[in-house]
Design a protein. Structure first.
Lengths: 357, 358
């Protein structure tokens, strides 16, 4: 066990144990916990069954006694965002669960901008109805249109968020966003005081009695989760209800969720469940379903809180390809050392190159 | 994350969002975008037209809201800290070398600059904290993954040594201790001036993270221009030769590397040209270039040295403000977060190596 965490990889860039970047099988052990620590826990947020009730937001505020704020994080003001049913706006110091609302339309009788081979489910359905021409032929657009109509029907059949009227299809995307509790957490890496720490459950938590409000974690989070409470000076974010976990309870948001959109559990079990759910949705023809934060080879080594989304991540306000900033830190330190050496060199040659009086 | 990419969005658009400027799907077609598009077209030709690309790069966001949180660091506290730390660091190096090479006036001015700058920079850094009374928590742990932690262990010994050296310089006590203090300060001076580049680069702020190899050199060069300029202005011209040389070299390095930062990183270089940061950086370049020119032409005259020193210090200060503001601007616009990440994903899918290096 090491006493100085992540010491050598940060300077040398030699990171065989993936302490800065990459998949990490046991994140709590890497942080120094003994063998018998609890399993890593997490959230699986299945947005395909979210009904936008905001029970998670309310439960979180209640349990964690978070102050009221408007959609821009201003304390003690009541304000409407004016953009959708979303008056919470964003995650921040006072908002640890945020339900995003996106109303979308599409025309179903026009060819969709479909690229590449259609999914197997759609292809097999199509084969039963139309005489499928070769995929590369120019008449492909007709088939794509047919496929998309079928897909729309499949969607409205299986997806409670979608409805169709005439040639237009309307759906509401709702997604409860939360701190991702990354495998490689930027906020945790850059915290100079040790206020942010990795718990025995593999989550990332701020210690309020240590934080001195330097604010470094705020721009270091690739998801824009953690923020400073201006009147307090310190930073705050989701703790995955660390206090409840230590008492054997579920986090407040997962307990309150009426549709099991927010599922709490051991991370490996959640991952298996999410893979199965994605499989089901794909089979039902929901071709835009995808998992976000599930991939352990992504830029943050996978998330402790991951999502099933029905559109691109940025539609929900999530970064499409987040990378923990510390991955590039060895290169930065080398650059800083070289620049410091350059300064000494320049000063030395300036002194040696000047005539003495 | 790899699911569903083959049918991006499947035709879904935000209801009523396409005609609302500033949010929803937005196209960008400015200078950086055009350049990028040109590069892409070439790439597509190379692979036989199988890579699907839209002509105008569009990006989606959640009602135009930023994805990452803009830094909560205050202006002018942090830019001033960057400037003062840099000027103090380079002055400390110069002071120690001037001491060894027997230039008493330059030594004295350098030590006072280093000491004053370091004490002031500590004040600004503590004032920027959300809980200033807890500033000593910075020395609670040491974390190589946190530039601010390492920076605290650079700033603490530097400001102690440089401040004490400046104090005994003023009082005229302990000449041998003075030399030792000056040497310790010189040891930490270079790291103090360049670690601040790492401090800004090691964030998710697009316009700071992308030039992460250049920023330490920008700040190092800028520090030498400022330190050289300030010491040149207060030292008799006969002794100030090293100051002039360091200032001109530093200014040249600053200008060259800033040029790379401003032009070498595609769309995330854009905030360095536009709006307030663009104005600040143009002013910075003008001041730095003019300061270097005046140093060369009239640096050996008293008035010339003072004017050149003031210009160089102003240039360095404006550079810090410009870089700081450019980062803030890039954090506030989701474009700079989404577009580069989309391009990275597309490159990975098309089998290119990742554009970011490890």
């Amino acid at each position: 066990m090491t006493t100085v965490s992540s010491a050598s990889p940060a300077f040398t860039g030699k990171d065989p144990q993936n302490r800065l970047f990459g998949p990490l099988p046991d994140v709590a052990a890497e942080a120094g916990y003994q063998e018998d620590h609890p399993a890593r826990v997490g959230f699986f947020t299945d947005t395909s069954v979210c009904i936008g009730c905001k029970a998670c937001e309310v439960a979180c505020k209640e349990w964690n006694t978070l102050p009221m704020d408007d959609s821009y994080g201003t304390r003690d003001t009541l304000g409407l965002s004016g953009m959708s049913y979303d008056n919470t706006g964003q995650l921040g110091a006072n908002t640890w669960r945020h339900v995003a609302f996106i109303e979308q339309v599409r025309t179903v009788d026009l060819p969709m901008p479909s690229v590449g081979p259609p999914p197997d489910a759609a292809a097999s359905r199509r084969d039963g109805i139309v005489d499928a021409p070769d995929e590369a032929e120019p008449g492909d657009s007709v088939v794509t249109a047919q496929t998309s109509v079928l897909n729309a029907e499949a969607l409205s059949e299986y997806d409670p968020q979608t409805s169709q009227s005439g040639d237009r299809e309307i759906r509401w995307l709702m997604a409860s966003d939360v701190c991702k509790h990354c495998t490689h957490a930027g906020c945790l890496d850059v915290c100079p005081t040790g206020a942010l720490f990795r718990t025995e459950f593999g989550t990332v938590v701020v210690q309020g009695d240590i934080c001195n409000g330097c604010g470094y974690c705020v721009p270091s989070c690739p998801y824009g989760v953690i923020n400073q409470r201006k009147d307090d000076g310190r930073v705050f974010k989701c703790t995955m209800c660390y206090d409840r976990l230590t008492d054997g309870l579920q986090p407040a948001c997962a307990t309150a969720c009426p549709t099991q959109s927010i599922q709490f559990g051991n991370l490996d079990e959640l991952q298996a469940r999410a893979d199965a759910r994605l499989e089901t949705l794909k089979r039902q023809g929901v071709e835009t379903a995808r998992l976000y934060g599930r991939d352990e080879d992504d830029g943050v080594g996978g998330n402790g809180a991951f999502f099933l989304l029905l559109d691109e991540p940025e539609v929900y306000g999530l970064p499409p390809d987040p990378i923990v900033t510390t991955r590039d830190l060895p290169a930065m330190w080398r650059s800083a050392a070289a620049a410091a050496a350059m300064m000494v060199g320049v000063a030395l040659s300036a002194v040696l190159g000047s005539r003495r009086r | 994350m790899t699911e569903g990419i083959t049918t991006p969005g499947a035709g879904w658009r935000r209801a009523g969002g396409s005609d609302v400027a500033g949010d929803g799907v937005r196209a960008y077609s400015n200078g950086a975008g055009r350049r990028r598009k040109g590069g892409r077209r070439g790439g597509r030709k190379g692979r036989g037209g199988e890579v699907p690309m839209v002509e105008d790069v569009e990006f989606t966001s959640y009602y135009g809201r930023p994805i990452i949180k803009p830094p909560v660091w205050k202006s002018p506290d942090v830019p001033l800290y960057l400037f003062l730390g840099g000027a103090a660091g380079s002055s400390a190096i110069l002071g120690a070398l001037a001491d060894v090479s027997g230039r008493p006036a330059l030594t004295r001015v350098s030590r006072l600059t280093a000491g004053g700058g370091s004490i002031l920079s500590v004040v600004f850094l503590i004032h920027d904290l959300g809980r200033p009374e807890r500033f000593l928590h910075m020395l609670r742990v040491i974390k190589p993954t946190s530039p601010l932690s390492i920076g605290s262990y650079i700033l603490a010994p530097f400001s102690a040594a440089a401040g004490a050296t400046a104090a005994v310089e003023l009082l005229g006590w302990f000449p041998r201790l003075k030399r030792f203090g000056g040497a310790v300060a010189a040891l930490f001076g270079g790291p103090l001036a360049t670690y601040t580049g790492v401090l800004l680069a090691n964030t998710a702020v697009p316009s700071w993270h992308a030039p992460h190899r250049e920023l330490p050199f920008v700040f190092g060069g800028s520090a030498m221009a400022a330190g050289g300029g300030i010491t040149m202005a207060f030292t008799p011209v006969a002794e100030a030769g090293p100051s002039r040389k360091m200032a001109v070299t530093g200014a040249a390095i600053e200008l060259a590397v800033v040029h790379r930062v401003e032009n070498g990183h595609g769309i995330v270089s854009e905030p360095f040209h536009e709006g307030r940061p663009g104005t600040l950086l143009r002013a910075a370049k003008a001041c730095t270039a003019a300061g270097a020119a005046v140093t060369v032409v009239a640096g050996r005259r008293r008035a010339g040295a003072v004017v050149a020193g003031a210009l160089l210090a102003a240039g360095s200060l404006l550079t810090r403000f410009g870089v700081f503001e450019a980062g803030m601007a890039s954090a506030r616009d989701p474009k700079y977060t989404v577009v580069p990440q989309r391009e990275r994903l597309a490159a990975r899918q098309n089998g290119h190596a990742s554009t970011t290096t490890r």
